[in-house]
Design a protein around this ligand. Structure first.
Ligand code: ASP
Length: 312
């Protein structure tokens, strides 16, 4: 198997006109650096699981994206983060939802998976578990970025709720930053997927999106595909979008690109959803479709060049 990794940094109304040259360069550089981290894991013979963990960890640390540092604000001006991870080899999975003090929710999701007793821990229980595992906690100020704060203020002023990170109709040009994810295939033929997010701007306190829900925003199965979604979470939940890509491949025998097209270009728009996903199948084919104006994304094979892209 030729190992491969793909990443996303969120989808939305991202147009050339909405990003300055400087911002564009910063996004490409950030995506490239994240890809390099995941690619290096795969080149060292590391697992797909380690590669997606490394990539999403780096995306959480980067303030440009809506996960970890840089997470969006809830209606109450707080931050509630969601993350999940899945191992395509064993179908083991772990997730955390609505966490407020964890520096890297993806590491907590990974610990939940490794612990094996549960799949999804929420709120204070998730935080207590992560603390007991020795994971880093932060004060709420850690997640703060001026751009996100301004975005939230604007959402409040406009009375708009549940904004996607990159919705240019509602957000100023300098505020487009997004949810993150990674999918990978390693040299042993194992698939893995990981997703992490701050959710949607001005969301109700307690709202949980698709990102920590296995089968909705994240899914991996060695028989078929690894998938990470970004966009209107509620529609991914209703469609079980990530799992649906796998099911279309497994039960209808669709090739990767066609399965992704059905979910992203037909089913999601049909119920008013916006967004995209990244996917890698068991043969190492990749597909990064989106029905929005843009999606921060990139992919790289072990030993190969790294490519990053933003627009259609
Ligand atoms: N899917 C995420 C959520 O609904 C948001 C996003 O991908 O931008 O929480």
């Amino acid at each position: 198997m030729n190992p491969v990794i793909a990443i996303h940094g969120g989808a939305g109304t991202i147009t050339r006109a909405s990003l300055s040259g400087e911002q564009e360069t910063a996004y490409h550089a950030a995506l490239e650096e994240v890809l390099r981290g995941g690619q290096e894991v795969l080149e060292r013979g590391g697992s797909a699981l380690d590669a997606v963990t490394e990539a999403v960890f780096r995306l959480e640390e980067c303030p440009l994206f809506n996960a970890g540092k840089g997470a969006v604000f809830t209606h109450a001006g707080t931050h509630e983060l969601d993350a999940s991870i899945m191992d395509g080899r064993t179908l083991a999975a772990g997730a955390v939802a609505g966490v407020r003090t964890l520096r890297n929710p993806i590491l907590a999701a990974r610990r939940v998976m490794e612990d094996g007793r549960h799949v999804l821990l929420a709120g204070e229980g998730a935080e207590a578990f992560a603390r007991a595992c020795g994971l880093k906690t932060v004060s709420p100020g850690h997640y703060f970025t001026q751009a996100r704060h301004a975005q939230w203020q604007r959402a409040l002023a406009e009375g708009r709720t549940d904004l996607l990170d990159h919705d240019a109709q509602a957000l100023a040009a300098d505020m487009k930053i997004g949810t993150v994810g990674a999918v990978a295939l390693d040299a042993r033929g194992n698939l893995a997927a990981a997703t992490s997010t701050g959710g949607v701007t001005d969301k109700r306190v307690g709202r949980v999106g698709d990102s920590p829900l296995i089968g909705a925003g994240c899914y991996a199965n060695n028989r078929t595909v690894a998938v990470s979604c970004t966009g209107t979470g509620e529609t991914f939940i209703r469609l079980l979008a990530a799992y649906d890509v796998s099911a279309l491949m497994e039960y209808r025998g669709l090739p990767l690109a066609e399965a992704c097209r059905v979910v992203v270009m037909e089913k999601q728009p049909a119920i008013g959803g916006l967004g995209g996903l990244i996917a890698v199948d068991a043969q190492g084919n990749t597909c990064l479709p989106f029905n929005s104006e843009g999606m921060y994304r990139g992919e790289a094979r072990a030993g190969g060049p790294r490519s990053t892209a933003i627009y259609r």
